[in-house]
Write a protein of this length. Structure first.
Length: 394
């Protein structure tokens, strides 16, 4: 079966479908065959509306479409097909604290005149490095639910991004999770509001998740593809899934080989020795969560595959409609790490992903774990930047 025959076969399968078939990701055997298939698909889609359900994934030379599981077995024998796998739905996981819809004051300061620096950002020492770096000119792709472009604390850091669910619209957030993540990374307030870890970094929201916090794996792959094509320095992935996906691994590997730093959350099930994907992949900086006492948060997954821990309990950040919210989760910890990576890259843009991981771990705060020999490493912006500058001066 060549690419032309494959497209014809898919057309027949889609015309016979009843709309209930699960989505699958079909990877082609070579770039040449994928390019031919995509060219034929573009030419034929106008005449065959059903083919709009076939979604190209150029980063991994694949496409996603609904397909009966029995029919998918036919494709595995096709000469032009490398692999076929399911395209499952995944969901953002949250541990939601009580809503804080008004701007909070801290340590007796006036919210009307002094910006709020949330506890996690102070805990990692980020304000101490702002005289040297605030993440200027660093581009961060946040694959999530979008962002609130009207939030006063985010107006200066949000760039256009992309809406993968409705491509002709801006990636407006209709869930809240993505807005919360963006605020921790790069919120910018002058007199009233919040300040994020890297207040001069640029956030590019990549809306792959819907208003219920759900997305297909293929949406994540498309998001990574967009980030690579549009020159992101960092990809923040504050979500996870339990099952392995070859397509997702391939997309991550492609981004990593192009020098993109990928940061992902480890999961919120409180499991020991188990980490979610994509954080489990070796090319990804895997993040666990700590609480205000500097201990592993009870909900955080834990294990040797986690590279760094960061504040993730009762994190105060931006929310929809110009408001604020407390959330807990390894998602929140991940946004702290992405912010610190932006601070590092603003000083040393040539740092490669492996070196970034090494520096974060080397200069982390070591926290003993009762009953265990090895300590965990908790993110520390001040030590990391100090170490980076000291090494550069030698």
């Amino acid at each position: 079966m060549n690419p032309s025959a494959l497209l014809q076969w898919l057309q027949q399968a889609l015309e016979q479908s009843d709309g209930s078939e699960p989505r699958h990701i079909i990877r082609l055997a070579s770039k040449r065959q994928y390019s031919e298939f995509e060219r034929l698909l573009r030419r034929k889609t106008t005449a065959v509306p059903k083919l709009t359900q076939v979604l190209p994934l150029p980063l991994i030379q694949a496409f996603s479409c609904p397909l009966r599981t029995t029919a998918s077995k036919t494709l595995t024998a096709a000469a032009c097909v490398r692999s076929v796998e399911t395209d499952p739905r995944i969901r953002i996981q949250l541990r939601v604290a009580q809503p804080r819809l008004q701007l909070r004051t801290i340590e007796g300061s006036s919210a009307a005149s002094v910006p709020v620096i949330p506890w996690g950002i102070r805990h990692i020492g980020a304000p101490r490095v702002w005289p040297r770096t605030k993440g200027a000119r660093i581009r961060i792709g946040v694959i999530d639910t979008g962002a609130d472009y009207n939030h006063p604390d985010l107006r200066h850091c949000l760039s256009r991004g992309v809406n993968l669910l409705e491509p002709h619209k801006l990636p407006y957030d209709d869930n809240g999770h993505g807005t919360h993540i963006a605020g921790t990374i790069s919120a910018t307030a002058r007199h009233r509001g919040l300040i994020g870890v890297a207040p001069l970094a640029a956030i590019y929201p990549v809306k792959a998740f819907d208003n219920q916090g759900g997305a297909y794996v293929s949406d994540i792959v498309k998001g990574i593809d967009w980030c690579v094509a549009n020159g992101m320095d960092i990809i923040n992935m504050s979500f996870g899934m339990k099952t392995y996906s070859k397509a997702l691994e391939s997309a991550v590997l492609n981004a990593y080989e192009r020098g993109v730093i990928i940061v992902a959350s480890s999961g919120n099930e409180g499991k020991r020795a188990e980490v979610d994907y994509p954080a489990r992949l070796p090319q990804v900086i895997a993040v666990g969560a700590t609480n205000r006492q500097g201990r592993i948060a009870v909900f955080s997954n834990d294990g040797k595959q986690i590279d760094i821990y960061a504040p993730g309990e009762r994190v105060y950040s931006t929310w929809l409609n110009g408001k604020y919210h407390e959330l807990s989760g390894t998602s929140m910890a991940t946004s702290h790490v992405s912010g610190v990576v932006a601070l590092m890259l603003a000083l040393k843009p040539a740092l490669r992903p492996g070196r970034i991981r090494s520096l974060l771990r080397k200069h982390a705060r070591l926290i003993p774990r009762p009953g265990r020999k090895k300590s965990i490493r908790e993110l520390h912006a001040y030590r990391t930047i100090k170490g980076l500058l000291r090494r550069s001066s030698k």
